[in-house]
Design a protein. Structure first.
Length: 441
Protein backbone atom coordinates (compact mmCIF):
# COMPACT_ATOMS: atom_id res chain seq x y z
CA UNK A 1 0.00 0.00 0.00
CA UNK A 2 1.10 3.54 -0.68
CA UNK A 3 1.40 6.32 1.87
CA UNK A 4 -1.49 8.76 2.25
CA UNK A 5 0.25 11.74 0.64
CA UNK A 6 3.42 12.53 -1.27
CA UNK A 7 5.51 15.54 -2.24
CA UNK A 8 7.72 15.84 -5.33
CA UNK A 9 11.52 15.87 -4.99
CA UNK A 10 14.25 17.19 -7.25
CA UNK A 11 15.90 13.90 -8.16
CA UNK A 12 16.95 12.11 -11.32
CA UNK A 13 15.83 8.74 -9.96
CA UNK A 14 13.08 9.48 -7.43
CA UNK A 15 9.97 11.46 -8.31
CA UNK A 16 8.29 11.76 -4.90
CA UNK A 17 8.49 10.83 -1.23
CA UNK A 18 5.91 10.59 1.55
CA UNK A 19 5.02 14.11 2.63
CA UNK A 20 6.36 13.71 6.17
CA UNK A 21 9.77 12.39 5.01
CA UNK A 22 12.87 14.47 4.30
CA UNK A 23 14.98 14.33 1.16
CA UNK A 24 18.43 15.14 2.44
CA UNK A 25 22.12 14.42 2.16
CA UNK A 26 23.23 11.86 4.74
CA UNK A 27 26.52 13.60 5.56
CA UNK A 28 25.26 15.11 8.84
CA UNK A 29 23.88 11.74 9.91
CA UNK A 30 27.06 9.65 9.94
CA UNK A 31 30.72 10.07 10.76
CA UNK A 32 33.72 8.36 9.23
CA UNK A 33 35.56 6.21 11.76
CA UNK A 34 39.32 6.33 11.31
CA UNK A 35 40.34 4.25 14.35
CA UNK A 36 43.13 1.79 13.56
CA UNK A 37 43.60 -1.68 14.97
CA UNK A 38 47.13 -0.92 16.19
CA UNK A 39 48.50 -3.34 18.76
CA UNK A 40 45.06 -4.93 19.20
CA UNK A 41 45.02 -6.32 15.65
CA UNK A 42 45.79 -9.87 16.79
CA UNK A 43 42.75 -9.94 19.08
CA UNK A 44 40.26 -8.39 16.64
CA UNK A 45 38.14 -10.43 14.24
CA UNK A 46 38.86 -9.59 10.61
CA UNK A 47 35.57 -8.81 8.87
CA UNK A 48 34.74 -8.85 5.17
CA UNK A 49 31.86 -7.37 3.18
CA UNK A 50 30.21 -8.65 0.02
CA UNK A 51 27.06 -8.05 -1.98
CA UNK A 52 25.33 -11.29 -1.02
CA UNK A 53 26.50 -11.86 2.54
CA UNK A 54 26.89 -8.35 3.91
CA UNK A 55 29.47 -8.09 6.72
CA UNK A 56 30.74 -11.43 8.06
CA UNK A 57 33.93 -12.73 9.68
CA UNK A 58 36.42 -13.30 6.88
CA UNK A 59 37.28 -16.74 8.26
CA UNK A 60 33.76 -17.95 7.47
CA UNK A 61 34.15 -17.33 3.73
CA UNK A 62 37.88 -17.79 3.08
CA UNK A 63 40.72 -19.82 4.53
CA UNK A 64 43.34 -17.62 2.88
CA UNK A 65 45.54 -15.43 5.02
CA UNK A 66 45.18 -11.64 4.64
CA UNK A 67 47.54 -10.21 2.03
CA UNK A 68 49.13 -7.83 4.54
CA UNK A 69 51.45 -9.25 7.19
CA UNK A 70 50.95 -6.17 9.36
CA UNK A 71 47.27 -5.59 10.18
CA UNK A 72 47.85 -2.71 12.57
CA UNK A 73 46.73 -0.23 9.91
CA UNK A 74 43.37 -1.96 9.46
CA UNK A 75 40.30 -0.01 10.54
CA UNK A 76 38.50 -0.88 13.75
CA UNK A 77 34.74 -1.25 13.62
CA UNK A 78 32.01 -1.74 16.18
CA UNK A 79 28.83 -3.75 16.05
CA UNK A 80 26.29 -1.60 14.23
CA UNK A 81 28.80 0.30 12.08
CA UNK A 82 28.07 0.51 8.35
CA UNK A 83 30.93 -1.00 6.34
CA UNK A 84 31.39 0.03 2.71
CA UNK A 85 33.65 -1.81 0.29
CA UNK A 86 34.82 1.26 -1.63
CA UNK A 87 35.69 -0.73 -4.76
CA UNK A 88 32.45 -2.73 -4.90
CA UNK A 89 29.91 -0.37 -3.33
CA UNK A 90 28.40 0.19 -6.76
CA UNK A 91 27.65 -3.55 -6.81
CA UNK A 92 25.94 -3.41 -3.43
CA UNK A 93 28.89 -4.50 -1.26
CA UNK A 94 27.82 -2.72 1.92
CA UNK A 95 26.49 -3.99 5.22
CA UNK A 96 26.15 -3.57 8.97
CA UNK A 97 28.84 -5.17 11.11
CA UNK A 98 27.28 -7.71 13.50
CA UNK A 99 30.21 -7.48 15.92
CA UNK A 100 33.30 -5.55 16.91
CA UNK A 101 36.30 -6.23 14.70
CA UNK A 102 38.52 -4.74 12.02
CA UNK A 103 38.28 -4.30 8.26
CA UNK A 104 40.55 -3.55 5.33
CA UNK A 105 41.97 -0.01 5.33
CA UNK A 106 40.37 0.39 1.89
CA UNK A 107 36.89 -0.02 3.39
CA UNK A 108 34.85 2.84 4.84
CA UNK A 109 33.61 2.55 8.41
CA UNK A 110 30.58 4.78 8.97
CA UNK A 111 28.93 5.31 12.36
CA UNK A 112 25.34 6.52 12.09
CA UNK A 113 23.77 9.20 14.26
CA UNK A 114 20.61 8.62 16.27
CA UNK A 115 18.57 9.88 13.30
CA UNK A 116 19.81 7.23 10.86
CA UNK A 117 19.24 3.53 11.46
CA UNK A 118 22.29 1.62 10.09
CA UNK A 119 20.35 -1.16 8.37
CA UNK A 120 17.93 1.34 6.83
CA UNK A 121 20.93 3.24 5.45
CA UNK A 122 22.40 0.03 4.04
CA UNK A 123 19.13 -0.82 2.30
CA UNK A 124 19.16 2.65 0.74
CA UNK A 125 22.77 2.28 -0.42
CA UNK A 126 21.87 -1.01 -2.12
CA UNK A 127 18.77 0.39 -3.87
CA UNK A 128 19.02 0.84 -7.67
CA UNK A 129 18.62 4.62 -7.56
CA UNK A 130 21.44 5.15 -5.07
CA UNK A 131 23.62 2.60 -6.88
CA UNK A 132 23.22 4.74 -9.99
CA UNK A 133 24.31 7.82 -8.06
CA UNK A 134 27.34 5.94 -6.70
CA UNK A 135 28.36 4.90 -10.22
CA UNK A 136 28.35 8.54 -11.32
CA UNK A 137 30.72 9.42 -8.47
CA UNK A 138 33.24 6.61 -8.86
CA UNK A 139 36.85 7.68 -8.97
CA UNK A 140 39.42 5.70 -10.91
CA UNK A 141 40.76 5.32 -14.42
CA UNK A 142 38.18 5.66 -17.19
CA UNK A 143 34.66 7.00 -17.56
CA UNK A 144 31.97 6.27 -14.93
CA UNK A 145 29.23 7.18 -17.39
CA UNK A 146 30.47 4.63 -19.89
CA UNK A 147 31.02 2.03 -17.19
CA UNK A 148 34.72 1.79 -18.00
CA UNK A 149 36.24 2.85 -14.68
CA UNK A 150 39.11 0.60 -13.59
CA UNK A 151 39.91 0.23 -9.88
CA UNK A 152 36.73 2.24 -9.11
CA UNK A 153 36.28 3.65 -5.64
CA UNK A 154 33.71 5.79 -3.85
CA UNK A 155 34.86 8.12 -1.08
CA UNK A 156 33.00 9.09 2.08
CA UNK A 157 32.66 12.69 0.90
CA UNK A 158 31.04 11.61 -2.38
CA UNK A 159 28.77 9.18 -0.56
CA UNK A 160 27.69 11.87 1.85
CA UNK A 161 26.61 14.15 -1.01
CA UNK A 162 24.05 11.69 -2.42
CA UNK A 163 20.60 12.79 -1.28
CA UNK A 164 18.45 10.08 0.31
CA UNK A 165 14.81 9.81 1.37
CA UNK A 166 14.77 9.83 5.18
CA UNK A 167 11.74 9.10 7.37
CA UNK A 168 11.66 9.71 11.14
CA UNK A 169 13.82 7.25 13.09
CA UNK A 170 10.78 5.56 14.63
CA UNK A 171 9.45 4.87 11.15
CA UNK A 172 12.81 3.56 9.98
CA UNK A 173 12.71 1.03 12.81
CA UNK A 174 9.10 -0.01 12.22
CA UNK A 175 9.76 -0.33 8.48
CA UNK A 176 12.72 -2.60 9.18
CA UNK A 177 10.64 -4.79 11.49
CA UNK A 178 7.98 -5.15 8.81
CA UNK A 179 10.64 -5.91 6.20
CA UNK A 180 12.13 -8.58 8.46
CA UNK A 181 8.77 -10.36 8.54
CA UNK A 182 8.24 -10.07 4.78
CA UNK A 183 11.77 -11.05 3.77
CA UNK A 184 11.82 -13.98 6.21
CA UNK A 185 9.02 -15.59 4.21
CA UNK A 186 10.88 -14.99 0.95
CA UNK A 187 14.13 -16.29 2.45
CA UNK A 188 12.33 -19.46 3.55
CA UNK A 189 11.16 -20.07 -0.01
CA UNK A 190 14.65 -19.38 -1.35
CA UNK A 191 16.13 -21.81 1.17
CA UNK A 192 13.75 -24.58 0.11
CA UNK A 193 14.59 -24.08 -3.56
CA UNK A 194 18.33 -24.02 -2.84
CA UNK A 195 18.04 -27.23 -0.83
CA UNK A 196 16.22 -28.84 -3.75
CA UNK A 197 19.03 -27.77 -6.07
CA UNK A 198 21.57 -29.33 -3.68
CA UNK A 199 19.60 -32.60 -3.62
CA UNK A 200 19.37 -32.61 -7.40
CA UNK A 201 23.13 -32.09 -7.64
CA UNK A 202 23.69 -35.03 -5.28
CA UNK A 203 21.25 -37.16 -7.26
CA UNK A 204 23.01 -36.21 -10.49
CA UNK A 205 26.36 -37.35 -9.09
CA UNK A 206 24.84 -40.57 -7.77
CA UNK A 207 23.24 -41.41 -11.13
CA UNK A 208 26.57 -41.00 -12.92
CA UNK A 209 28.66 -42.85 -10.32
CA UNK A 210 26.33 -45.85 -10.15
CA UNK A 211 26.04 -46.21 -13.92
CA UNK A 212 29.79 -46.11 -14.62
CA UNK A 213 30.74 -48.48 -11.79
CA UNK A 214 27.77 -50.91 -11.61
CA UNK A 215 26.21 -50.71 -15.06
CA UNK A 216 22.50 -50.84 -15.88
CA UNK A 217 21.76 -54.49 -15.02
CA UNK A 218 21.19 -54.85 -11.26
CA UNK A 219 21.30 -58.67 -11.58
CA UNK A 220 24.75 -58.77 -13.21
CA UNK A 221 27.33 -60.68 -11.15
CA UNK A 222 30.15 -58.55 -9.74
CA UNK A 223 33.79 -58.97 -8.79
CA UNK A 224 36.34 -56.92 -6.81
CA UNK A 225 37.91 -54.37 -9.13
CA UNK A 226 41.19 -54.45 -7.25
CA UNK A 227 40.98 -50.66 -7.02
CA UNK A 228 39.94 -49.55 -3.50
CA UNK A 229 38.15 -46.38 -4.59
CA UNK A 230 36.16 -48.24 -7.28
CA UNK A 231 35.00 -51.23 -5.24
CA UNK A 232 33.17 -54.03 -7.06
CA UNK A 233 32.34 -53.89 -10.76
CA UNK A 234 30.40 -56.20 -13.10
CA UNK A 235 32.32 -59.43 -13.63
CA UNK A 236 32.69 -58.98 -17.40
CA UNK A 237 34.22 -55.50 -17.09
CA UNK A 238 37.95 -54.77 -16.95
CA UNK A 239 39.69 -51.88 -15.19
CA UNK A 240 42.70 -50.82 -17.32
CA UNK A 241 44.72 -47.65 -17.03
CA UNK A 242 43.33 -44.83 -19.14
CA UNK A 243 46.51 -44.49 -21.21
CA UNK A 244 46.17 -48.02 -22.61
CA UNK A 245 43.42 -46.97 -25.02
CA UNK A 246 43.78 -43.18 -25.20
CA UNK A 247 46.35 -40.51 -26.00
CA UNK A 248 47.00 -38.02 -23.20
CA UNK A 249 48.92 -34.75 -23.36
CA UNK A 250 48.78 -31.02 -22.73
CA UNK A 251 49.59 -27.79 -24.55
CA UNK A 252 51.18 -24.42 -23.93
CA UNK A 253 50.67 -20.66 -24.05
CA UNK A 254 52.35 -18.96 -27.02
CA UNK A 255 54.28 -15.80 -26.21
CA UNK A 256 51.76 -12.96 -25.97
CA UNK A 257 54.40 -10.52 -27.22
CA UNK A 258 54.74 -12.37 -30.52
CA UNK A 259 51.96 -10.81 -32.57
CA UNK A 260 52.10 -13.39 -35.34
CA UNK A 261 51.03 -16.09 -32.87
CA UNK A 262 47.77 -14.34 -32.02
CA UNK A 263 46.92 -11.78 -34.69
CA UNK A 264 44.33 -13.11 -37.12
CA UNK A 265 44.43 -16.56 -35.55
CA UNK A 266 41.63 -18.97 -36.42
CA UNK A 267 42.58 -22.03 -34.38
CA UNK A 268 40.62 -22.19 -31.09
CA UNK A 269 42.89 -22.08 -28.04
CA UNK A 270 41.39 -23.16 -24.72
CA UNK A 271 42.43 -22.69 -21.10
CA UNK A 272 41.20 -24.45 -17.98
CA UNK A 273 38.23 -22.12 -17.46
CA UNK A 274 36.36 -24.14 -20.09
CA UNK A 275 36.41 -27.49 -18.28
CA UNK A 276 33.76 -26.57 -15.71
CA UNK A 277 31.00 -27.29 -18.24
CA UNK A 278 29.88 -30.76 -19.34
CA UNK A 279 30.71 -29.85 -22.94
CA UNK A 280 32.76 -27.18 -24.70
CA UNK A 281 30.97 -25.70 -27.68
CA UNK A 282 32.79 -22.41 -28.26
CA UNK A 283 36.11 -20.61 -27.80
CA UNK A 284 37.02 -17.02 -26.97
CA UNK A 285 40.71 -17.05 -27.93
CA UNK A 286 42.43 -18.11 -31.14
CA UNK A 287 46.00 -18.71 -32.30
CA UNK A 288 47.62 -18.78 -35.72
CA UNK A 289 49.12 -21.65 -37.70
CA UNK A 290 52.52 -20.14 -36.95
CA UNK A 291 51.86 -20.68 -33.26
CA UNK A 292 50.94 -24.33 -33.75
CA UNK A 293 54.03 -24.85 -35.90
CA UNK A 294 56.52 -23.23 -33.53
CA UNK A 295 55.02 -23.88 -30.08
CA UNK A 296 53.98 -27.01 -28.20
CA UNK A 297 50.34 -26.85 -29.32
CA UNK A 298 48.70 -30.18 -30.17
CA UNK A 299 45.61 -30.13 -32.35
CA UNK A 300 43.02 -31.88 -30.22
CA UNK A 301 40.20 -33.57 -32.11
CA UNK A 302 36.49 -33.21 -31.49
CA UNK A 303 35.03 -35.67 -28.94
CA UNK A 304 38.25 -35.61 -26.91
CA UNK A 305 38.05 -35.02 -23.17
CA UNK A 306 39.74 -32.05 -21.50
CA UNK A 307 40.78 -32.16 -17.84
CA UNK A 308 41.85 -29.22 -15.68
CA UNK A 309 45.37 -29.88 -14.35
CA UNK A 310 45.76 -26.93 -11.98
CA UNK A 311 43.71 -24.48 -9.95
CA UNK A 312 42.78 -24.02 -6.30
CA UNK A 313 39.05 -23.79 -7.02
CA UNK A 314 36.92 -26.61 -8.43
CA UNK A 315 38.63 -26.49 -11.86
CA UNK A 316 41.47 -28.90 -11.06
CA UNK A 317 40.17 -32.38 -11.87
CA UNK A 318 37.09 -31.22 -13.78
CA UNK A 319 36.43 -32.85 -17.16
CA UNK A 320 34.57 -31.64 -20.24
CA UNK A 321 34.01 -33.05 -23.71
CA UNK A 322 35.27 -31.01 -26.66
CA UNK A 323 32.83 -30.61 -29.55
CA UNK A 324 35.23 -29.12 -32.12
CA UNK A 325 38.95 -29.34 -32.98
CA UNK A 326 41.08 -27.00 -30.86
CA UNK A 327 44.39 -26.59 -29.10
CA UNK A 328 44.98 -26.06 -25.39
CA UNK A 329 47.32 -24.50 -22.86
CA UNK A 330 49.61 -26.14 -20.32
CA UNK A 331 46.98 -26.19 -17.57
CA UNK A 332 44.74 -28.57 -19.49
CA UNK A 333 45.20 -32.24 -20.39
CA UNK A 334 43.55 -33.75 -23.43
CA UNK A 335 42.39 -37.36 -23.52
CA UNK A 336 41.73 -38.62 -27.05
CA UNK A 337 40.18 -42.09 -26.74
CA UNK A 338 40.38 -44.88 -29.30
CA UNK A 339 36.82 -44.69 -30.61
CA UNK A 340 36.94 -48.33 -31.71
CA UNK A 341 36.76 -49.32 -28.04
CA UNK A 342 35.55 -46.17 -26.22
CA UNK A 343 32.36 -44.15 -26.27
CA UNK A 344 33.66 -40.63 -25.47
CA UNK A 345 30.40 -39.76 -23.66
CA UNK A 346 30.82 -42.76 -21.37
CA UNK A 347 34.40 -41.76 -20.66
CA UNK A 348 33.25 -38.20 -19.90
CA UNK A 349 30.85 -39.44 -17.25
CA UNK A 350 33.42 -41.79 -15.76
CA UNK A 351 35.98 -38.99 -15.45
CA UNK A 352 33.34 -36.66 -14.03
CA UNK A 353 32.50 -39.27 -11.39
CA UNK A 354 36.25 -39.62 -10.65
CA UNK A 355 36.65 -35.94 -9.70
CA UNK A 356 37.51 -36.68 -6.06
CA UNK A 357 40.07 -39.28 -7.10
CA UNK A 358 41.69 -36.86 -9.56
CA UNK A 359 41.92 -34.26 -6.79
CA UNK A 360 43.59 -36.82 -4.54
CA UNK A 361 46.10 -37.66 -7.25
CA UNK A 362 46.89 -33.98 -7.74
CA UNK A 363 47.59 -33.59 -4.03
CA UNK A 364 49.95 -36.59 -4.07
CA UNK A 365 52.34 -34.98 -6.56
CA UNK A 366 54.28 -33.01 -3.95
CA UNK A 367 53.15 -29.53 -4.98
CA UNK A 368 51.88 -27.38 -2.13
CA UNK A 369 49.26 -25.92 -4.48
CA UNK A 370 48.17 -29.23 -5.99
CA UNK A 371 48.51 -30.12 -9.66
CA UNK A 372 47.62 -33.07 -11.85
CA UNK A 373 50.14 -34.43 -14.33
CA UNK A 374 49.55 -36.11 -17.65
CA UNK A 375 51.32 -39.17 -16.25
CA UNK A 376 48.84 -39.39 -13.38
CA UNK A 377 45.95 -39.07 -15.83
CA UNK A 378 47.38 -41.86 -18.02
CA UNK A 379 47.69 -44.17 -15.00
CA UNK A 380 44.15 -43.56 -13.77
CA UNK A 381 42.21 -46.83 -13.63
CA UNK A 382 38.93 -46.67 -15.53
CA UNK A 383 35.98 -49.03 -15.78
CA UNK A 384 35.90 -50.58 -19.26
CA UNK A 385 32.65 -52.29 -20.29
CA UNK A 386 32.12 -53.54 -23.85
CA UNK A 387 31.47 -50.71 -26.30
CA UNK A 388 27.80 -51.63 -26.78
CA UNK A 389 27.28 -51.40 -23.03
CA UNK A 390 29.12 -48.08 -22.88
CA UNK A 391 26.71 -46.76 -25.51
CA UNK A 392 23.69 -47.85 -23.49
CA UNK A 393 25.09 -46.43 -20.25
CA UNK A 394 25.93 -43.08 -21.85
CA UNK A 395 22.43 -42.80 -23.33
CA UNK A 396 20.81 -43.71 -20.01
CA UNK A 397 22.86 -41.15 -18.09
CA UNK A 398 22.05 -38.41 -20.59
CA UNK A 399 18.33 -39.18 -20.36
CA UNK A 400 18.28 -39.15 -16.55
CA UNK A 401 20.39 -36.00 -16.28
CA UNK A 402 18.18 -34.14 -18.74
CA UNK A 403 15.21 -34.62 -16.42
CA UNK A 404 17.16 -33.59 -13.32
CA UNK A 405 18.64 -30.57 -15.08
CA UNK A 406 15.19 -29.34 -16.15
CA UNK A 407 14.03 -29.37 -12.54
CA UNK A 408 17.24 -27.69 -11.36
CA UNK A 409 16.93 -24.98 -14.02
CA UNK A 410 13.36 -24.24 -12.92
CA UNK A 411 14.47 -24.02 -9.28
CA UNK A 412 17.39 -21.76 -10.17
CA UNK A 413 15.04 -19.45 -12.07
CA UNK A 414 12.67 -19.44 -9.09
CA UNK A 415 15.50 -18.45 -6.74
CA UNK A 416 16.50 -15.61 -9.04
CA UNK A 417 12.92 -14.32 -9.20
CA UNK A 418 12.56 -14.53 -5.43
CA UNK A 419 15.79 -12.60 -4.92
CA UNK A 420 14.63 -9.95 -7.37
CA UNK A 421 11.31 -9.74 -5.53
CA UNK A 422 13.12 -9.40 -2.21
CA UNK A 423 15.37 -6.61 -3.49
CA UNK A 424 12.46 -4.78 -5.13
CA UNK A 425 10.40 -4.99 -1.93
CA UNK A 426 13.20 -3.56 0.20
CA UNK A 427 13.99 -0.81 -2.29
CA UNK A 428 10.33 0.22 -2.58
CA UNK A 429 9.95 0.29 1.20
CA UNK A 430 13.01 2.39 2.02
CA UNK A 431 12.32 4.89 -0.77
CA UNK A 432 8.71 5.40 0.32
CA UNK A 433 6.99 3.86 -2.69
CA UNK A 434 5.08 1.46 -0.44
CA UNK A 435 4.28 1.35 3.25
CA UNK A 436 5.21 -2.18 4.31
CA UNK A 437 3.95 -1.48 7.81
CA UNK A 438 0.41 -1.42 6.40
CA UNK A 439 1.11 -4.55 4.37
CA UNK A 440 2.19 -6.37 7.52
CA UNK A 441 -0.73 -5.21 9.65
Amino acid sequence: MRYDSYVPVDSAWLQEIPSHWNYTRPWPHFKVVEDRAGSRAESLELMSVSQRLGVVPRATISDKEPRADDLSNYRRCRAGDVIVNRMSAYQGAVGVSPQDGMVSPDYLVLRCSERLQPQFFVHLLKSPGIIGEIVLRLRGIGSPGAGTVRTPRIGAAELGQISIPLPPISEQNSTLRALDDETAQIDDLIGKQERLIELLTEKRQAVIAHAVTKGLDPTAPTKPSGIPWLGEVPSHWTVPQLGMHARVGNGSTPNRDTAEYWSGGEIPWLNSSHVNRDEITDADQFVSEAATAECHLPLVGAESLLIGLTGQGRTRGMTSILRFPATINQHVAYVTPETSVWNPEYLLWFLRSSYDRLRELSDENGSTKGALTCTAVKKLNVTFPPLSEQNAIAANISEQLAGLDRIAAASTAAVELLRERRSALISAAVTGKIDVRKEAS
